[in-house]
Design a protein around this ligand. Sequence first.
Ligand code: MN
Length: 246
Amino acid sequence: MTNTTQPQTTLAGLKLKSELVDANHVLAHQGVLDAFGHVSVRQPEHADHFLISRSMAPELVNVDDIIVMDLACNVTDGSQARPYLESFIHAEIYRARPDVQAVVHSHARSVIPFGAVNVPLRPVCHMAGFLSKGAPVFDIRHRFGCTDMLVRNASQGKALAATLGRASVALMRGHGFVSTGDSIAQAVFRAIYTEANAAIQASACMLSKQVAYLDVEEGLAADETNSQQIDRAWSLWKRHAAERLR
Ligand code: MN
């Protein structure tokens, strides 16, 4: 009997696992993930399953650490590995957004201020044009009161996905952010440039109260152009991460 949710049984499945491992290493090397945070990809042949590492630091992830989960966050590949506490972030975004194929969750420190103050994260740099679709802030306190700030169950995941709406990125007050994409590389690209834009925007705001942001049309046009260029960045980031890990 074959378990059809085991992606490692096919060449395409192995390739996807390997790409997810690369994403873990790239995000760690780029400073978007440290010991915490995670990245996942929807299983192409089973849209209600996704691949993600077991609970561990992203830089240390290897192909053997990748597990398969369903949208209820059950591990479905027979692995006994412990999943991330916040797997519900991924599951509920995949449930709410059929267009999303990959999700990154990060605690990058440059982004945290924008979840804490009344200044929206907006594109100041064309590489972050996707922020024109908004970067809404999820405040877990609004519906769930005093928590440990983690998205630990399906209803908290659903509330985060509802805040995300149709945007590419949502911030999480006192915690971090999520980025989404139609591929692993696009979700990684958006996570990296969300972090970069936050740092640039904070610098611009220190220089002046009058900051010239990209307008919505500029941002959307830039996002469309950048989406055709992702492989260029992805190849470079993979090389740099591999050099560091060698
Ligand atoms: Mn977290």
